[in-house]
Structures are given as C-alpha cells and as structure tokens.
Design a protein around this ligand. Structure first.
Ligand code: PEP
Length: 249
C-alpha cells in the first residue's frame, strides 16, 4: 500500500537557498535509492517558496515521487483579500494539496471549525486535494467525543464523493513537537483515533498520523496498515533526519 509522507515546513526555512539545499539532499538520496518505494512525498513550504520549489520538483528525481502542497488557502478566488493566496494562484504554481485545519491555525490564529469548513470547500472547489487536520487538545475521557464533533463540524455539508477526496491527518495537539511537554502518541492509541475517523467517514478514508514523528518512531506508524502515512512538521526541514524517515519505507 502506498504511504504518504507529508512535510509541513511551517514558517521554515528562512531562505530559498536553504530550501534548495534541503531538496537537493533529498533528491540525492532518491537518485541513489536502489529499491523503488511505494510512497507519495508531499512538500508543503511557505507560500513564498512555492514557485522556486515547483521548478525544482519538476526538474529532478523528485518529479517522480514528490508533489507540492500549500499550508493554507484564501476563501475567495480573487479580489480584495489582503495577505491571502487563492486556489487558482496555487494551482498555477503546481500545487496539488492544501493543508487545512492545522492546530496552529485553529488554536494560535483562532480558526473555527466553521472557517476550516469553508476553506476545505474552497480547496475542493479548486480541484485540489485537502489534507484536513483534526485532533484533540487533551487526551481525556472526552477525547473520542471531541474528535467526532470536530470531524463532523469540519466536514459539514460535504457530499460522500467530496469526503472521499479528503486525506485526514490525525494530529493530537499535545503531540505536536512545538507544544510544551509534547510527545508522540502511542501507535495503539493512534489506531483508536483512526478507527473513530473511519467510523465517522468511511473505512477507506486515508488517515495520516502527525505529532513528533522522527526517524526513530516513523516506522511504528508507517508499518500499520490502517495508517496511510505520516505528517512531519519540525524535523521535515532537518534534511538528514527527514531522509532517515524516508529510509523507513
Ligand atoms: C505538524 O506541524 O503538523 C507536526 C506534526 O509537527 P511536528 O512533527 O513538529 O510535531
């Protein structure tokens, strides 16, 4: 089964030169890989690097395995939306995926389920593939209920066909490496959450895990049949560490 490895670069690195260096390192690894792997690599850089990275992806070994993702999308396709970047603009840059509902946008920037739902519909309307992040803030007795409610509100009004186009990233907020006392989830507990997501959506839904994934624990998640891949944040811009994750597949 093909596994997804999504690199959410967040607001990193700080220059195009550094971005090129990371990609050159990954490209070199892929060129020398002896066994061809069933994987889909999705690089989600900050908006300002999309154009340069799109060109790099199309002219290297990465073109065989890597696709481009964006970290956000504007609600409208054009017009008076200061600071925003629209779906058609992203498509023209070669973007295929868009992350919506990331916990940093939900909790640091106040994006509500309603806003995430609108962004999700905009992604779909632009024929882009959404990577929809969901996850509880605390793993308490209420976490299953929280997850079901967040999922239903985030995907409200979508047809079954549209739901089938969504890749869901289960990212418990407490597991994201930039949060205090973060630690990766236990794969057996991730499976409980993945089962809830599949119950609410469909058994065929592609569900990724994200939260403090490193080269040491990636395999624990990637080897599970029910988990379609991993979403990697912090270490996705650490080139050696990221390539070690690729070696797990
Ligand atoms: C993320 O930003 O989606 C993420 C999973 O971050 P990290 O891997 O750093 O925990």
């Amino acid at each position: 089964m093909k596994k997804y490895i999504v690199a959410n670069w967040k607001m990193n690195p700080q220059s195009v030169a550094e971005a090129e260096d990371i990609l050159a390192y990954i490209d070199e690894y892929l060129k020398n890989e002896t066994e061809k792997k069933e994987r889909s690599l999705i690089i989600c850089p900050p908006f300002v690097f999309l154009d340069d990275i799109s060109k790099i992806l199309s002219t290297s070994q990465l073109s065989q395995q890597a696709e481009l993702g964006a970290q956000d999308i504007a609600l409208a396709d054009s017009g008076a939306w200061t600071g925003e970047v629209s779906g058609p603009m992203l498509k023209r840059l070669g973007v295929s995926y868009v992350i919506v509902g990331h916990s940093e946008r939900r909790w640091k920037m106040g994006e509500s389920d309603e806003l995430v739902n609108k962004k999700l519909k905009t992604v779909l309307a632009n024929d882009l593939t959404p990577i929809v992040c969901v996850g509880e803030k605390v793993r308490d007795n209420n976490f299953k209920e929280f997850l079901k409610n967040q999922l239903s509100a985030t995907l409200a009004g979508l047809s079954d066909d549209e739901k089938g186009k969504c890749i869901i990233a289960y990212e418990p907020v407490w597991a994201i490496s930039s949060n205090p006392d973060s630690h990766p989830d236990k794969p057996e507990d991730t499976l409980k959450a993945v089962n809830i997501i599949k119950e609410v959506l469909s058994p065929n839904t592609l569900v990724l895990y994200g939260g403090s994934v490193t080269s040491k624990n990636a395999k624990d998640f990637l080897l599970l049949e029910q988990i379609a891949g991993v979403l990697v944040g912090g270490v996705s811009v650490q080139k050696e560490e990221f390539v070690q994750i690729l070696k797990n597949l």
